[in-house]
Ligand binder design. Sequence first.
Ligand code: NAD
Length: 476
Amino acid sequence: MIKNYINGQWVESSETFETVNPATGEHLATVAQASPEQVALACESARAAFPAWANMPVQKRAKIINRIGDLIADNVETLSELETKDTGLPLYQTRNALIPRASNNFYFFAEMSKQMNGHTYPMDDQLLNYTLYQPTGVCALISPWNVPFMTGTWKSAPCLALGNTAVMKQSELSPLTTDLLGKIMEEAGVPKGVYNIVHGYGSTTGQALITNKEVNAISFTGGTSTGEHIIANAGLKKFSMELGGKSPVMIFDDCDWDRAMDAAVFGIFSINGERCTAGSRIFVQETVYNKFCDEFAKRARNIRCGDPMDTNTKVGSLISKQHFDKVTGYIRIGLEEGATLLAGGPEKPDYLPDSLKNGHFVAPTVFSNVTNDMRIAREEIFGPVAVLIPFKDEQDVIRQANDNDYGLASYLWTNDSSRVHRIAKAVDTGMMFVNSQNVRDLRTPFGGVKASGTGREGGTYSYEVFAEPKNVCISL
Ligand code: NAD
């Protein structure tokens, strides 16, 4: 039984739900579903633990945070296997990238907490203002299922390092590694009540958490409609909203072809395409469009879905039947809209072994002859489905890139350095990667604009949600 972690105790609930391996249908665990009363208890525990944790000497607190990073590093193997079983993500990605990155989250924010400083604003010789950054208080941390451990730790590390206490709610579809994180917190010496975990569905457990009056801030990652619901229902709280995306990749004919091709393939098919920053709208200059489509489709056809536990597998199983239906539904919509299917399709691959017949596998799918007004180009599919759209010139691609509700990440491939600056400025996006994969530097702001969210996390940008600047004005 996966239990809730409240005030340092592992507690069961009267209601439970099941978590299954999406690749095989195998039952993995029964999970306690936190009741509204248990959520309230978790929030009260976080409130009670807050003063001592906030006032702990920063060196001492940072030592505990670093210890969490060490314990994650010691448990990469177990965590990766659990994450892969719970989500269908390929083991080669959880083990080599997603889980190891989680320990860096703790190391990075432990170090940053030691260097936290404010500003001074002298007014002639009359007054001196200075800012004190203080922890926000009790924070609700809400994560989706797509890279659950990475996302959960990305929130937990700055939250705790900056002196806040937390109530964490992981997605009901992927609770296993968060359970282990609670055990790691305990072993690292995090005092009781500082870190609490409540499991359950969004509409019950999540809803009780976001409306709780003890909660000062909500750091949420998930779908745009859920984010909007939270803002409308949570009352007066601080928000960080990391929401959906439909990120454009802009490929000019003067780019480094091989690198751009590699990055475009990786950008949509890694993490099963279940990636908020996936390069899911691929704009290719018309002069090289046909050549790009041919090569991209060939590359996609060579990526086979398979057992996520096999380290040769590049695309595993989608998270659930419901999500499989959504993704394959979009593939059917693409066919109805008149796009040309170059690879993959809505049917499960016929080469899967019997042991994976119950899994939710979608082969890497590629559409050409897509126009920016088609639903497959406008809406977040959140699966391994690439849409290839031609463009004429710089103005045309800027217009098409911005003609979308979302604005999370953007990718630009060109060797014209002046064009780089013009496009970086003109595209509505939270993050622009130029001649680069999506590489994460923890000091930089992560987040999006328009329907992709509000607020930024990363480096000192995490102060926005996890710290309050207090101004102190002294008459001299
Ligand atoms: P979701 O919005 O359905 O769920 C996210 C989390 O919110 C889950 O833990 C869920 O239980 C919880 N939740 C749902 N309703 C709630 C409520 N009323 N109150 C409180 N909590 C509630 O999203 P999902 O399907 O789990 O994840 C996929 C989405 O996440 C995609 O849109 C993807 O783009 C987005 N995402 C964004 C980022 C980013 O950094 N911008 C990163 C990863 C995923």
